[in-house]
Design a protein around this ligand. Structure first.
Ligand code: STX
Length: 330
């Protein structure tokens, strides 16, 4: 098999690139959807630059200022938005009409609102899942794809992270994840959490949300639980994150059949793509990035040898900023 992974020297820590400069939005607002949801969005960078859209993770995460720094703000016109129920979108933490397909419709609504014909689509983790599902359903709108920490939302990935797998690498964090769930319910952790996160008892909901979010925060970085990002401790973030993520996972991502993304890769195979993956990603292990690369051999594939799942790990930042620079040339 042909290898297009760059030689190790490219990602040696000595000459790695960093994020672009901090930058402020030149526009922001709430986009109506016709239903109960209003979507908060920001535009950053160069108003007449090359368009791109940045998809956050979770599902249930939110945009943050660091996400504006993976594209050169002197060249790109970046659009970022909080997905339904997330961040500053309203109503917060709502599960109503909140599926993969409604989020794809929102991406199209935002594209039309901004007067964009085609754009580069950038997403990590769940953002990569959503980017792939969007590219499969709207291939003519996607100029290029830059993906990180590939997540295909398969039962195998969910079983690894929420049942049996990651638990073996992080037994300390896993014990805390199990704590709110009685032994008798631990055979189906997603189901057990789903009942609590959708309970009318707000205290039960908050307790489950804190533990759910901390599990992901504890496993996200190569530096382990000690490097848990502080936002995973914020209860408002945790409630939206846990409720929405668990809702999507209990519903198998709302995909019509198992393996839907890989089965439909053919529809987007001609789109120029970059895949960046941390070798020691425990949240979305490399098997999915590898399967995607195998089904889509035209994509550039870069494995970062010393990174986990977080987008801000130095080797991941380096590979992503090189990818977005290359995406300018398509
Ligand atoms: N969820 C992976 C994911 O998309 C299984 C993800 N993990 N953490 C995040 O996203 C945030 C950093 C956006 C909270």
């Amino acid at each position: 098999m042909e290898r297009n992974t760059p030689p190790a020297a490219v990602s040696s820590s000595a000459n790695r690139r960093g994020l672009f400069a901090d930058n402020e939005p030149f526009a922001s607002g709430w986009l109506a959807t016709g239903g109960p949801h209003e979507i908060f969005y920001e535009e950053c960078g160069k108003p007449d630059g090359r368009p791109c859209v940045i998809l956050h993770g979770g599902p249930g995460g939110a945009i943050n200022p660091t996400m504006r720094r993976f594209f050169d703000p002197a060249k790109w016109r970046m659009a970022l938005f909080d997905q339904r129920g997330c961040g500053k979108s309203r109503p917060n933490a709502s599960l109503e009409d909140n599926t993969t397909w409604s989020l794809i419709a929102d991406i199209e609504r935002l594209r039309e609102h901004l007067g964009v014909e085609t754009w580069c689509v950038f997403g990590g983790s769940w953002g990569s899942t959503l980017a792939l599902a969007y590219a499969i359903t709207h291939p003519d709108r996607v100029e290029s794809l830059v993906l990180r920490g590939v997540f295909l939302l398969t039962e195998r990935e969910l079983a690894w992270f929420y049942q049996d797998g990651a638990s073996m690498l992080f037994p300390d964090a896993w014990a805390q994840f199990c704590a709110p769930i009685p032994q008798a319910e631990r055979g189906d952790m997603i189901g057990a959490y789903h009942r609590r996160l959708t309970s009318p008892d707000r205290r039960l909901q908050a307790q489950a949300a804190a533990a759910w979010s901390q599990w992901e925060g504890d496993t996200i970085s190569i530096r382990g639980p000690e490097a848990r990002p502080s936002k995973f401790n914020e209860i408002d973030f945790a409630i939206a994150f846990a409720r929405i993520e668990c809702h999507f996972f209990a519903n198998h991502g709302f995909f019509p059949e198992a393996g839907w993304i890989l089965k439909n890769v053919e529809r987007m195979r001609s789109i120029p793509g970059w895949i960046v993956q941390g070798r020691f990603d425990v949240v979305t292990p490399m098997e999915s990035a590898w399967s995607l690369k195998t089904a889509w051999p035209e994509a550039r594939f870069e494995v970062v040898w010393d990174a986990g799942h977080a987008s801000t790990e130095p080797g991941i930042v380096d590979a992503l900023v090189r990818a977005t620079d290359q995406a300018l040339k398509v």
